[in-house]
Design a binder for this molecule. Structure first.
Ligand SMILES: [Zn+2]
Length: 444
């Protein structure tokens, strides 16, 4: 077998160009079309990646536009799955230094929505497999790269795909952190109907449950006392008062890394409208990040504390306020326990409607999968790290015997789901080498 790592190094510039092409598709979820359940851009992006893989000599499969896969066939039993996704969370161009879908390179970094989450690492895996093939590697297991198209907003892609295709024998997902994530908290996303706001009042914030809202807007028929809240600005309008609260976006599983714009505005509103049950309820329960106010602050030694993100606030035409909340609970609890606890701590008049729930994931640290990946990482990087626990949201939990492996390095600045998402080209080179070694060891 030739030196696959050397081949991968030589093809780095080509890999970067392919990544730029892939980022060029704005793969935010959009209106479904025939054969394009998550919008035509996502379908076009999937077609483009599968065509690229075919040009490398791999067999591909397009699963009705929901997902697709690329196979490097093995001569023995078993399938090594590599599960990632092509869809991205929305990008507001005005918050970015460089256009989010132009994939420009500045100061050794490639900027673009999806650069890290998850197009960069998936293109790195594709080129790692290409290099192994060109080096003459004959895998025992079939190596299967699975490209999902709906990871960020409901995971219908994997639901559809795995209804038609068997689960791989063993898998990793390059959609988390290095070294290895083998514990992911449970996810409990729900809508809670808070009831009617006072006449003339509207509150709106956020787009997604899993993002900390960086902006919250309210209109009122009377002025709020905002002296205590430097991040709230008032605009007097003809019909009343308009308020904008500014925070900082972050991933919903790490709400403490952001600043929830809705918290301050709800506090100011609760002061101005003390008799409104909807405002009072939300302010009372949902304005911290640990669930303490709601009475659900669970914790365990395997995965740490529960987190609570008030992701979306919507006022309907009739004045009814609905909130969407994203809770990540520790791995030793279940969705059922989470629901029971929430229900017990929420007055009857506020319906809780499950939106997206997912049991925690825990693959043992002494399993062959985890020890192999940990050994790849520690020996390549010269470290002595241990596998880690996170708030979840990676693909790993969608299939049995799967853990997350990269792409974020320890202490690397986190830009996933934020403006100016970027991948450091040195890190891209490094992750591709790690993926190559991991795929080789798991499939040989
Ligand atoms: Zn992702």
């Amino acid at each position: 077998m030739k030196d696959a790592k050397q081949i991968l190094k030589q093809q780095f510039d080509e890999m970067v160009r392919s990544l730029q092409t892939t980022i060029g598709f704005n793969t935010e979820k959009s209106e479904p079309k025939e054969g394009a359940p998550f919008g035509t851009n996502i379908r076009d992006c999937l077609d483009s990646v599968l065509a690229l893989a075919e040009s490398f000599g791999f067999k591909t499969y397009n699963c009705d536009g929901y997902a697709g896969h690329v196979d490097f066939e093995g001569d023995g039993d078993g399938v090594l799955g590599i599960l990632g996704h092509l869809d991205v969370v929305p990008a507001k161009a005005e918050e970015w230094i460089y256009p989010p879908f132009a994939a420009e390179i500045h100061d050794g970094k490639l900027f673009g929505r999806g650069a890290m989450d998850d197009k960069g690492p998936m293109i790195a895996c594709l080129y790692a497999v290409k290099a192994l093939k060109e080096a003459g590697f004959a895998p025992k297991k079939t190596i299967r790269l699975i490209f999902g198209c709906d990871e960020e907003s409901g995971m219908q892609c994997v639901e559809h795909y795995f209804a038609k295709m068997p689960y791989p024998t063993v898998s990793f997902s390059p959609d988390g952190d290095f070294p290895v994530i083998n514990r992911e908290k449970g996810i409990y996303q729900f809508d809670v109907v808070c009831g009617k706001l006072p006449n003339g009042v509207q509150i709106n914030a956020g787009d997604r449950a899993n993002i900390v809202p960086s902006e919250c807007k309210a209109t009122c028929d009377k002025p709020l006392n905002i002296d205590k809240y430097p991040n709230i600005k008032c605009v007097k309008t003809q019909r009343g008062y308009s308020y904008v609260s500014t925070g900082k976006a972050a991933h919903g599983s790490t709400p403490d890394e952001g600043l929830n714009a809705a918290h301050a505005l709800l506090a100011a509103l609760a002061e101005a409208y003390p008799d409104n049950a909807a405002i009072d309820f939300l302010f009372d329960k949902a304005t911290d990040t640990c669930g303490k106010k709601w009475g659900i602050a669970l914790s365990d030694k395997e995965s740490g504390n529960l987190t609570c993100n008030l992701g979306v606030l919507r006022t309907a035409q009739d004045g009814t306020l609905t909130a969407t909340v994203d809770i990540r609970f520790p791995v030793t609890y279940s969705c059922r326990q989470m629901y029971d606890m929430l229900r017990a701590n929420t007055p009857e008049q506020f319906p809780i409607i499950e939106a997206h729930v997912s049991e925690p994931l825990y693959v043992r640290s002494d399993s062959e999968l985890v020890t192999t990946l940990m050994d790849v990482y520690n020996s390549e990087m010269g470290t002595n790290l241990q596998p880690i626990a996170i708030g979840g949201g990676t693909y790993s939990r969608c299939l049995p015997n799967c853990v997350a492996f990269g792409p974020l390095f320890p202490r690397e600045e986190q830009t996933i789901h934020m403006p100016n998402e970027c991948v450091d080209l040195n890190n891209l080179r490094l992750m591709a080498q790690l993926y190559l070694e991991a795929i080789y060891r798991l499939a040989k």
